[in-house]
Design a binder for this molecule. Sequence first.
Ligand code: FEO
Length: 392
Amino acid sequence: MKLKMIKDDIFWVGAVDWDRRLFDALIPLPDGTSYNAYLIYGSEKTALLDTVDPSMTAVLMSHLEDVKNIDFIISHHAEQDHSGALPHVLDKYKSAKVVASPKGKPMLVEHLHIPEERIITVNDGETLSLGNKTLEFIHAPWVHWPETMFTYLREDKMLFTCDLFGSHFATSDIFYSDYWHVCDAAKRYYAEVMMPFRTTIQKHLEKIKKYDISMIAPSHGPVHKDPECIVGSHQEWVSDRVSNTVVIPYVTMHGSTQLMVDYLAEILADNGVKVEKFNLAVADTGKLAMSLVDAATLVIGSPTVLSGAHPVVVSAVFLANALKPKLKFASIIGSYGWGGRMVEQIKGLMSNLKLEMLEPVIIKGLPKDEDYKALDRLANEIVDKHKAAIKN
Ligand code: FEO
């Protein structure tokens, strides 16, 4: 099989998963994904960088059909979408060694039952020579697991970053022509997986600044020939800057909460605030996560069900809390029929979010004049808070 060449002696040998629509039984993948593996031929040794998801093992092995020998398999990350085919590769290449970080080794043993003696560990900054090519390992814990590392291929100025800078984006092209399409997929991926580790990723972006990088090869989605674009996008996402945006995830049962959400959204928009509404009965949770990457404010809308928030809202708030977006402000709006503890319940689910809670607007039944006035008050407060918090 003809391999896809990236540069002289560097090939893509991964698998494109066009049909996958869900990751971790949670994360929507509207554009499919790819599991990228790369083969590097040095003058003396050959290295395979990562493998593929277990479901795509046959594809990887078909790409390796004519590869006689592999000396090293670099495992940047023990998660199974990249390490799952390792046992098959080790079975074919009996003398190959897996190269992992010290934290990666026990994870490969635990999750894949790789024999310990087949794994060697490398420290941060350690190098491995393939002859005329040198691999430098850069530890990057908590891209979202604790063991992750990158590889810098010195002579070719290529940085292999595993999940970081990746995108769940199935394509037959190694490179892309439409950056913004890939950037959108990368933002979704960052939001769903890496946002909780924002401050750690800030450090990783700082750490790679000293490297002269001509190309970034992640383990999902296309390779970046213009690293500045994708690095710049990530720098913005992980920065402390927020945008003049209010995200409103909500659900409505008999229309009261819908009326409140629509009214608040209109007043905010009239005052120059961007609003992103997500009716959770039909919303794509990936898009909701993306909207939280840089929004200044979250307003949760819920009716009262069995004395608490609607369960769909509870699920969304739980997710937002786990993703730890850089929100500055939040509030809660909604209605009740005869009572309840919806506000206390929602606030209790937001303990990770270090933000200022603005006075909620909770009403009985359909909104009346004084309820719309309370929404005016909330909108004005948000507008004023944004003016003070968002500097151009
Ligand atoms: Fe693509 Fe964290 O695995």
